[in-house]
Design a protein around this ligand. Structure first.
Ligand code: TYD
Ligand code: MG
Length: 431
């Protein structure tokens, strides 16, 4: 085919040969026998802690032996740095192998010197052939392996080029199978490329146990590590790091970071107490409402779901009587944070109202809560954790769902329970 039916690009199709058969003939007897579930022993070898609290949390409490973990992200974000730091710590509990298919041994050594890594149990292998890598792993018998990256490693059994879909699948599949059978934890690095010239980590997401993505917050040296799939823990956990001169440093209190540049006494800015995985996080939601030159006014949302934002605008119109029909509404979450939970609703609604009335929200007041279509404020999970985080950062007042207030008392902060959107706007905005 000359033209790709998917993207309409001409001459972009590349021939790939099928993977050679691994000896299995269809219909042949043999292979594994089914066992009674009662006879299977769940070996619960303890998780290994990486020494980086932020990474451990995202992994769900440490590295599970025998699991495969994909670490994806754009080039230059710090994947190699993070994993080399991790291996240095993990090497204290058993040997660790860093396979570099991109950099020479010397380059790895230079990076290791920069971040102060030199554990005797840390082995380095500069190699691109999957078969040689597997035989090296057999010899070293490490407890943990990093393969950097799956797009530059290739199997000699396949004719297609490194980085092609079939190679990336084969490499990830065989390394994952090795980890499962033999027990080392396997970290696989995958580049996310905009051009799409390399097969992205997405093609192997289903093969591995855990998928972590490394993202940059816009315009900062901060990096966020997010779990998007985790067979051994919760997803949506967030780890925050800062790139420093000697490697990645943990940012233990990201709320402070996200609020650092908050404008004081500006309308349209609200601090909302969100939850990222199990961690409470205070972030600033901003809204700007302006007269629309268009027949259909714009609803633009960054960092929150645009459909959810349109919904909130409609609720504000109908239930709180705000006239938004001929106004453009822009919503943004500061610091490049993405909010996906309904508890962010109230923050966004208050930000929009604050912008319309041109009245700033009190600097020491935070909000959270889900807004229903009837204009009711609904309870959300972990109200206490959110309230505590707000108190910790010096907030004196918090507007939250009335149903979440019951039996809740946190020192130093007043919990103002609200039942309707009207009540919430009254409590959050000075009249
Ligand atoms: P790197 O880990 O090579 O990124 P990736 O493997 O995701 O491509 O790190 C990339 C950037 O980090 C590079 O531009 C240099 C910078 N860096 C520091 O600022 N401090 C350090 O200590 C190290 C090791 C790297
Ligand atoms: Mg790298």
């Amino acid at each position: 085919m000359g033209r790709c039916p998917g993207c309409s690009e001409w001459g972009s199709l590349v021939e790939e040969t099928a993977a050679p058969s691994r000896g299995g003939v269809v219909g042949v007897v043999g292979g594994a026998a089914a066992k009674r579930i009662a006879d299977i022993s769940a070996d619960d070898r303890p998780r290994a802690t990486t020494g980086l609290v932020e990474l451990d949390r995202v992994l769900g409490g440490g590295v599970v032996p025998g699991s495969a973990i994909l670490v994806g992200g754009p080039p230059g974000i710090g994947k190699s740095t993070l994993l080399l730091q991790t291996l240095d710590r993990l090497a204290r509990g058993g040997s660790a192998l860093y396979v570099s298919a991109e950099e020479s041994e010397r380059q790895v050594k230079l990076r290791a010197e920069r971040i102060g890594t030199s554990h005797a149990n840390l082995f380095v292998l500069a190699e691109t052939s999957l078969e040689s890598i597997l035989s090296s792993i057999e010899k070293v018998k490490p407890a943990v392996v990093v393969v950097d990256s799956i797009q530059t490693v290739s199997s000699t059994l396949l004719e297609s080029a490194p980085g092609s879909v079939s190679q990336v699948r084969e490499v990830a599949g065989r390394l994952t199978a090795y980890a499962k059978a033999n027990g080392p934890a396997m970290f696989l690095v995958g580049h996310v490329t905009k051009e799409g010239s390399l097969a992205g980590p997405r093609v192997v997401e289903h093969v591995v146990d855990t998928v972590l993505y490394f993202e940059e917050t816009t315009g900062h040296s901060y990096r966020m590590l997010r779990a998007v799939k985790n067979r051994f823990g919760s997803t949506n956990e967030l780890g925050v790091f800062r790139m420093s001169d000697d490697g990645l440093a943990e940012v233990p209190n990201p709320s402070e970071l996200f609020l650092a540049e908050r404008p004081t006494n500006a309308s349209g800015s609200v601090v909302l107490a969100a939850l990222e995985g199990t961690r409470p996080l205070l972030v600033e939601a901003q809204a700007l409402v302006s007269r629309s030159p268009l027949g259909t006014p714009r609803r633009t949302a960054l960092g929150v779901n645009p459909a959810r934002t349109s919904l909130l605008v409609a609720i504000l119109e109908k239930k709180a009587g705000l006239a938004l029909a001929d106004l453009d509404v822009y919503v943004n979450v500061a610091g490049g944070v993405r909010l996906e939970e309904p508890a962010a609703d109230l923050g966004i609604a208050v930000a929009v109202a604050s912008s319309i009335f041109d009245k700033p929200v009190d600097a020491k007041t935070a909000v959270f809560g889900e807004v229903g279509l009837a204009g009711e404020i609904r309870a959300v999970t972990q109200a206490e954790a959110r309230l505590k985080e707000a108190a910790k950062l010096g907030f004196r007042r918090c507007v939250l769902p009335a149903a979440s207030v019951k039996g809740l008392s946190v020192k130093g902060i007043e919990a103002v329970g609200v039942k309707t959107l009207d009540e919430a706007l009254q409590a959050a905005l000075p009249r």
